[in-house]
Write a protein that binds this ligand. Structure first.
Ligand code: F6P
Length: 525
């Protein structure tokens, strides 16, 4: 293992970044190269990455690629696909990519069997062969899960709503706030509602509490314990806990320790998506991701979309002191993408100890945020244009409209024009303005990802880009992208404080802030 800051490439980049920090440097001057767009863009099938509006010359890219080589990125890519135990702190492989290998080529019988069972289940629900306790067809599906067991399916369900078969209404409940589940339950008919308890561990507090509350609600309407078998299924690697809960063994779908929660959309955790859009479309989502896997494995580093995006992120974090990264999909259907990416990137890259057990000597994962354009132009774009932070942006646009309403093409062109207009304005600014308050300095870098059409295949590819980008960043920073030990402590503290809230007195040491807050809560009640 290597410390990235000790590589020759890092030292070169440290020196080289000064070229772009000179007062007289303008991003726009890079376009004196008439071929810059073709030289600084990569197309894979229906996706195009334009990374030309970045602080990057040919020399920068060459040195960033050298950094990837010195940090053994090609070897790390092979290690992931080969199923090596790259999640070293948990002694596990990270083989979410195996879930996308087409059945004809897939040598893992568990994956094939799981897909076969998903096929049968989705067909039974759609046809009405699966019936609730009163013999009626299921009309509503409630996914109870949190983190990776919620964000991926919820995002994809919304993104691909145009492909919905419209047999079912899907709902996603994650928060332990009782309002989340309770507000939904009052709208549902228990006889026609099916709950999917999605939890790799089946021990996550929020999911357990919500699943128990849902079961109580069901039993309050139909006391027969067999109704639980007709109205609950689970996706989990903890089969015993799910069985203890009352879920029939035939209603259990597997998860494996080699699939991380935030990479689990492609497993049976994606069942809500498969129910909404059908298995054919779900397989197409897998195929799109598989195609990106092949690109990631085989394209040379400089023509590799995830690799180039990762290198640019490292570049800005380390050498331009960028504290955050914005992802702005100019697509209402992709509105939840930044939320999904927050778990993917911040749980993966929020680490400060290296794979060599040392404190890292450079900044690692930063804050990812964003929301759908054009809406956000009317909220936080002011800061992007005239604030003091340098925030690299990914603009994501879909070329074909996702609606066929009246004038959809015209409105969609407005949408595209706004996306292009923002990246242009951010790059050029209007530094000639005589009024300093109206002056926009420009020189703000961005990537643009253009997707031909928002369909399952292309969406699978898009998500896989960010998964692989995240992995490459972790390899360069020499950190483990696949564990998340940082989330444990807060959970333990919450368990202690829950007891303090439920009992008369607090019998353990607490700082006076937390104690004061607990007493205030109790007094106000
Ligand atoms: O607390 C974080 C986390 O472990 C995530 O990594 C995971 O996606 C989420 O909780 C839910 O976990 P589970 O699927 O085991 O309920």
């Amino acid at each position: 293992m290597t410390n990235p800051t000790e590589t020759d490439a890092w030292k070169g980049l440290q020196y080289h970044c000064a070229d772009f920090k000179r007062d007289d440097f303008r991003l726009a001057q890079l376009f004196e190269n008439q071929d810059r767009f073709s030289q600084f863009s990569i197309q894979h099938e229906n996706l195009l990455l334009d990374y030309s509006k970045n602080f990057a010359s040919r020399e920068s890219i060459k040195t960033l690629i050298q950094l990837a080589q010195e940090m053994d990125v090609p070897e790390a890519i092979n290690a992931m696909f080969a199923g090596e135990k790259i999640n070293t702190t948990e002694d596990r492989a990270a083989l979410h990519t195996a879930l996308r290998i087409p059945v004809e080529e897939n040598s893992n019988p568990e994956i094939i069997d799981c897909l076969r069972r998903m096929d049968a289940f989705v067909a039974a629900i759609h046809s009405g062969e699966w019936q609730g306790y009163s013999g009626e067809k299921i009309t509503d599906i409630v996914n109870i899960g949190i983190g990776g067991s919620d964000l991926g399916p919820a995002f994809v369900n919304e993104a691909l709503s145009a492909c919905a078969i419209n047999e079912l209404t899907l709902h996603f409940v994650s928060n332990i706030d009782p309002a989340h589940l309770d507000d939904l339950l009052v709208t549902l008919n228990p006889a026609t509602t099916l709950f999917i308890v999605s939890s790799k561990s089946f021990s996550t507090l929020e999911t357990k509490e919500n699943a128990e509350a849902a079961r109580k609600w069901l039993l309050a309407h139909n006391e027969s314990i067999s109704s639980v078998e007709k109205h609950f299924i689970a996706v989990t690697s903890n089969l015993d806990a799910a069985t203890d809960f009352g879920i029939a063994s035939t209603n259990l779908f597997p998860m494996w320790d080699w699939v991380g929660g935030r990479f689990s959309l492609w497993s049976a955790i994606g069942l809500p998506v498969a129910l909404a859009i059908g298995m054919e479309n779900f397989r197409s989502l897998l195929d799109g991701a598989y195609s990106m896997d092949k690109h990631f494995q085989t394209a040379e580093l400089g023509k590799n979309i995830p690799v180039m995006m990762a290198l640019l992120s490292v570049w800005y974090t380390a050498f331009f002191d960028a504290h955050s990264h914005a992802v702005i999909p100019y697509s209402q259907k992709l509105e939840q993408f930044p939320k999904y990416l927050q778990q993917l990137t911040m749980e993966s890259l929020g680490k400060s100890v290296s794979n060599d057990n040392e404190t890292v000597s450079t900044k690692t994962g930063n804050v990812l945020w964003g929301s759908a354009g054009t809406n956000c132009q009317h909220s936080f774009f002011q800061l992007l244009h005239q604030g003091t932070e340098l925030i690299p942006i990914d603009f994501i646009s879909v070329i074909k409209p996702t609606s066929d309403g009246s004038n959809a093409f015209r409105r969609h062109n407005q949408l595209l024009a706004n996306s292009l207009g923002q990246s242009l304005a951010l790059m050029h600014g209007n530094s000639a303005s005589p009024d300093p308050h109206r002056r926009i300095i420009g020189n703000k870098p961005s990537n643009t990802l253009l997707i031909d059409e928002l369909n399952p295949y292309n969406l699978g590819s898009l998500i896989a880009i960010y998964e692989h980008k995240t992995y490459v960043q972790s390899v360069i920073w020499n950190i483990n992208a696949f564990d998340q030990w940082g989330v444990e402590l807060g959970k333990k503290q919450a368990a202690l404080l829950f007891n303090a809230l439920e009992s008369e007195s607090v019998d353990f040491d607490l700082d006076n802030s937390t104690l004061g807050l607990i007493e205030h809560i109790k007094n106000q009640r």
